[in-house]
Write a protein that binds this ligand. Structure first.
Ligand code: SF4
Ligand code: SF4
Length: 374
């Protein structure tokens, strides 16, 4: 149920239009105010008060947004736009409408499958490195093992998970990987399916009960575990974990010459305020370059929770990789989903005009590749 505070937030909107000027999705879709924050706030208000019926247009308005938070960051009224949109989505779900997932809801279905016990693909065999299956320092690979078999391109899931294990091992740690963990629930939460999210959270919390430290390689998993779970463990994104190990002298890198730039995932950056850790690590060994839009002003990869993968999000992805190509030869991401969306775009050179020549590489894999023996 949408809180009184959020309702108050909606009334604070002065309709100044700043969000209209800044929304990356609106820049592509154009059209009516329902495509920007101030319109979505009004829709949420009408929905709460039962003044609007749920139809395709209303669903499109609420779910087209990747909840990148750019508008919220700039909103002079301080409206918690993304939270309001999420709560409105929850109302839509509560009233029986279906979430308009892309890819025919395959990723949502897979998340549901991970809820069941004993149905897990035996992916631990694919991992190289020294790890254990129970212990206090946990590596959380999130949806990585389940994304790879669905996507029709090489995401490098086994390589990324092995790279994370290599980082732990190099620092003298044998991490725990719990095979039975379910999907983190990030997408379920942001699609407004709270009941489903709570089931995923309950299962994972039970399996993580003994953990003291959890490290994720995905920005979305970091966001959801840290913000929406109530764990007794410290949760870190791998960029923070690596930065700390470097500062403690437990990890070092070989100096490289590759020109790299970093894409701030919305969940790691604007949602969690972590901009420095990945940069500190990358600058330690690579020829680091910044894109025009970076840090708190970084552009979104275009897709949120597998709900708006379409021609507009593709244009946003293309804009971002072009921007990256102007700055560097390698675009580093620190989120399994950003990696999926950018990599997907790069697999279609024959379909995408002006696709730049740039490599998309996961942060963990890139860092592990450049580790030095100490
Ligand atoms: S920036 Fe904030 S106050 Fe201005 S129109 Fe958008 S939501 Fe309303
Ligand atoms: S969160 Fe991002 S995409 Fe959604 S309305 Fe705000 S600026 Fe636009």
């Amino acid at each position: 149920m949408i809180s009184q505070q959020l309702l108050l937030d909606i009334t604070k909107c002065s309709r100044c239009g700043k969000c209209t000027a800044i929304c990356p999705m609106f820049e592509k879709t154009r059209g009516w105010d329902t495509g920007v924050a101030r319109g979505k706030l009004l829709i949420s208000w009408g929905l709460v008060r039962g003044e609007l019926e749920i139809n395709d247009k209303l669903i499109e308005s609420l779910y087209q947004c990747p909840t990148c938070m750019l508008c919220e960051q700039e909103c002079a009224a301080g409206a918690k736009v993304t939270e309001i949109i999420r709560e409105a989505r929850a109302l839509v779900v509560e009233r029986g409408a279906s979430v308009p997932f892309s890819h025919r809801g395959t990723f949502d279905t897979v998340a549901r499958i991970t809820l069941r016990d004993g149905l897990h693909r035996d992916w631990l065999d694919l991992i190289r490195g020294d790890f254990r299956e129970s212990g206090e320092i946990v590596y959380f690979p999130g949806s990585l093992p389940y994304l790879e078999p669905i996507l029709d391109f090489d995401l490098g899931a086994a390589r990324i998970i092995s790279a994370a294990v290599k980082i732990f091992n190099r620092a003298g740690i044998r991490p725990t990987i719990v095979k039975e963990l379910a999907d983190s629930g990030h997408d379920t939460f942001w699609s407004g399916q709270y009941q489903f999210f709570n089931a995923l959270k309950e299962k994972n919390s039970r399996l993580l009960a003994g953990a003291k430290m959890i490290v994720t390689t995905c920005a979305e998993d970091y966001y959801i575990l840290k913000n929406e779970y109530s764990l007794d463990a410290e949760v870190y994104h791998i960029s923070q974990f690596v930065r700390d190990l470097v500062r403690e002298g437990k990890l070092a890198f070989s100096k490289g010459v590759e020109r790299v730039t970093f894409h701030d995932p919305c969940r790691l950056g604007r949602h969690m305020g972590e901009y420095d850790a990945p940069r500190e690590v990358l600058k330690a060994f690579a020829d680091y370059r910044e894109m025009v839009r970076y840090g708190k002003d970084a552009a979104c990869c275009g897709v949120g929770a597998w709900m708006n993968c379409n021609k507009y999000s593709k244009q946003l992805r293309l804009d971002r990789v072009k921007e990256a190509a102007e700055a560097a030869d390698i675009l580093i991401t620190a989120c399994s989903k950003c990696l999926s969306h950018f990599s997907c775009l790069m697999t279609e050179p024959e379909k995408v005009e002006d696709l730049p020549d740039i490599k998309i590489v996961d942060f963990t894999e890139f860092a592990a590749r450049n580790l030095k023996d100490i």
